[in-house]
Design a protein around this ligand. Structure first.
Ligand SMILES: C[S@@+](CC[C@H](N)C(=O)[O-])C[C@H]1O[C@@H](n2cnc3c(N)ncnc32)[C@H](O)[C@@H]1O
Length: 239
């Protein structure tokens, strides 16, 4: 595993509490994405297998599957994350028997996963850590893991059309340092450094190009959020 990715994981562990405050305060659009995720889960094959990669503490799926309408829709939910610390929190959020968690690098997990077995794969705010070739590998492995008719949903950072990564990062840096609430500002310079060093966002067209090169149908945009358009929920079907 690359030094770059190992560092990214260590920094996330250290910043877990800060990230939770950011998520709870709705600063990265999770509250807007939650109803989209719920709608998507309800549209998946009944009693199917759902994988969540880079699930962290699995807050969105816990809220989705604790809704009585949704819990019976999933046959099995597997949350995968490289952080054992985040998974320990995730385990406390679920009472269902048909839920399990695996501590693993998500690419290594996908390489070992049964081909054609998953009905849905969700990856929220994690694939932007990969460079272009790793992103492509991820899309290919996700395509192989899904059965026909299965869907991949990604929530992740999106550049505006024609925008450079540098200009995106400058925009987010200004927002985080000068617009986010002062009461969570203690660790924010670290968060900004992490973003400057490790995040590799793509524009919507590039995310879709990566997915279609792996064999997926064209993207369906479920919605955009976080200051309107800094992140999107994108869904691709395997036919
Ligand atoms: C920014 S958090 C996102 C958490 C959650 N999915 C969300 O939407 O809020 C990124 C998560 O991905 C995990 N992660 C980062 N790189 C990973 C990798 N290569 N394999 C598995 N998990 C990874 C981190 O441990 C962390 O829990």
């Amino acid at each position: 595993m690359q030094h770059h990715e190992e560092n990214a994981k260590k920094i996330f562990q250290k910043s877990y509490d800060l990230y939770q405050q950011v998520v709870d305060a709705g600063l990265m659009g999770h509250q807007d994405f939650l109803p989209m995720v719920q709608q998507w889960v309800k549209s998946l094959a009944p009693a199917g297998s759902l994988l969540e990669l880079g699930c962290g503490d699995a807050q969105m799926m816990a809220k989705t599957l604790s809704d009585g309408c949704s819990s019976h829709l999933i046959g099995h939910y597997i949350g995968v994350d490289a952080s054992g610390y985040a998974l320990d929190v995730a385990r406390t959020r679920f009472k269902q028997q048909n839920v399990s968690f695996i501590e693993s690098d998500l690419l290594q997990f996908l390489r070992r996963y049964n081909k054609g077995f998953a009905d849905g794969i969700l990856a929220s705010y994690v694939i932007h850590h990969f460079d272009y070739s790793k992103k492509l590998e991820f899309f290919k492995l996700a395509f192989e893991a899904l059965g026909n008719g299965g869907e991949l949903a990604i929530i992740d950072l999106t550049l505006r059309p024609g925008e450079s990564t540098e200009s995106f990062k400058n925009r987010i840096t200004n927002e985080v340092l000068y617009q986010w609430p002062a009461n969570i500002s203690d660790g924010l310079p670290d968060l900004v450094r992490h973003m400057q060093d490790y995040d590799i966002p793509e524009d919507l067209a590039t995310w879709d190009k990566l997915a279609q090169s792996a064999g997926f149908m064209p993207v369906k945009i479920f919605g955009q959020a976080w200051q309107g358009d800094q992140a999107a929920m994108m869904v691709w079907k395997k036919i």
